[in-house]
Design a protein around this ligand. Sequence first.
Ligand code: NAP
Length: 483
Amino acid sequence: MGSRSVAIVGGGFGGVGAAVMLRRAGYDDVTVFERGERVGGVWHHNTYPGAACDVASHLYEFSFAPNPRWSRRYAPQAEIQAYLEDIARSHGVLERVRTGTEVQGARWDAGRAKWVLQTSGGPHEADVLLTACGQLSTPSVPALAGLDTFAGPAFHTARWRHDVDLAGKRVAVIGTGCSAIQVVPAIQPIVQHVDVYQRSPGWTIPKGDFAYSPRAQRLFARFPALQRLDRAAIFAFMELGAAAMTRYRWLLRPFRAICARQITKAIDDPELRRKVTPTDEVGCKRLMLTDNWYPTLASPNVALVDDRIAEVTPHGIRTEDGREHQADVLVLATGFKTHSFVAPMEVVGSDGRTLAEEWATVARAYLGMSVPGFPNMFLLYGPNTNGGTGSVIYTIEAGMAHVLAALGELDRAGAQRIEVSRQAAEAFDRELRAALKGTVWHTGCTNWYVDENGNDPNQWPWVWSRYRRRTARIEPGTYALAP
Ligand code: NAP
């Protein structure tokens, strides 16, 4: 038990969580590769003003490491980053992380049953490969005409330029997704003016954020059952949301009423109300939690521009109606490349077949984790493991339960390789695609899940307890073991 070596690509919540869970299960030979200078993943890279989690803290934490001291119901970025670093340190994982080291490729050596990694720090071998690269790691920079001619600073929300002082500046923010709705309210009080460029509006719902009093924190520390109860309540509400977005869409009706009310409550101007009111279904784009987005849009120094962008000019943005909107700073809140998963890392499985070839049509994996032809490899937060609700940390823990079950099978059988059967993977894929068709994400809006061909490599079309149930064990007949 615990003799196998494991290489983990990515040092965010997935990679650190995996390493901790492996260590807790007795696997000591674990190496985490992280291309950034610190662990943290998205929480290391997304430091824009206002960055915070929109999943309540008591669910956005490891179940084995509850933190009674979150300052708020929804923790800010720096606290989440500190939490993850603390977990990595206290579980002896930090010294197993090779930061500043990019894994460029991984090749399965069938003869020796080893994964051979090419990294920027040299080669590395392991019995098992876990990828924990996230779905929101690579910023998407839109191909806007003239973008490179902009004279002032221009940067993506996930690469915030803290050296740029926004005080008194005219700022253009492109995008109105989850990042934009956090950053615009945070910068609005200090800038002279902000133009928000909206391509299509999304629904928002009240966040109900508040600070935890020291007394509440003491109570959570003293009575951990209280925190567990709160976690269970948050999870139950999220499951309701997941059910509403997938199988029981009629449940979305009350959500829509709450969302619509949030607009009319904060905005008096009928024109602005019209602009921000989506025509698509609630939940089709990711539902955004906020308490201050609409009041910010209604502020005198904020303008919502919904004319299409024609080009970026040296001093601003020209919209298709011919107007040039002046800007000193350009912020791209334009999201991430969400369909490429482990890329640009090249992964080569048995028979020299690459993961990119296997995924030529769409990225897919059995339970989002295992791909036929890629033995001893598991993807964490892989294809179709994202949700319209839920906590990625819950997903990662459920995924790791599956990895540990698979390693247990290897140990019990005294085998060297474990590989999902193509038949099982294809049967799962058919079941998944059929279920996806009925979900709200496929009702015609633009979102970061569905690609231009209608493929959806991101979403889990059921409730999250079903993911946990299905990943908890190895279904007989789904995996093949070999010496
Ligand atoms: P996003 O939801 O993909 O939003 C990107 C925005 O940019 C959209 O409004 C999009 O418009 C717009 N856009 C993209 N290309 C454009 C172009 N060429 N011209 C004009 N507009 C363009 O990205 P995000 O806001 O960074 O959020 C991504 C995900 O990260 C979220 O859904 C969430 O899962 C996660 N996130 C979480 C938190 C948190 O609190 N935990 C915070 C931030 C982000 P269209 O809608 O028309 O495509």
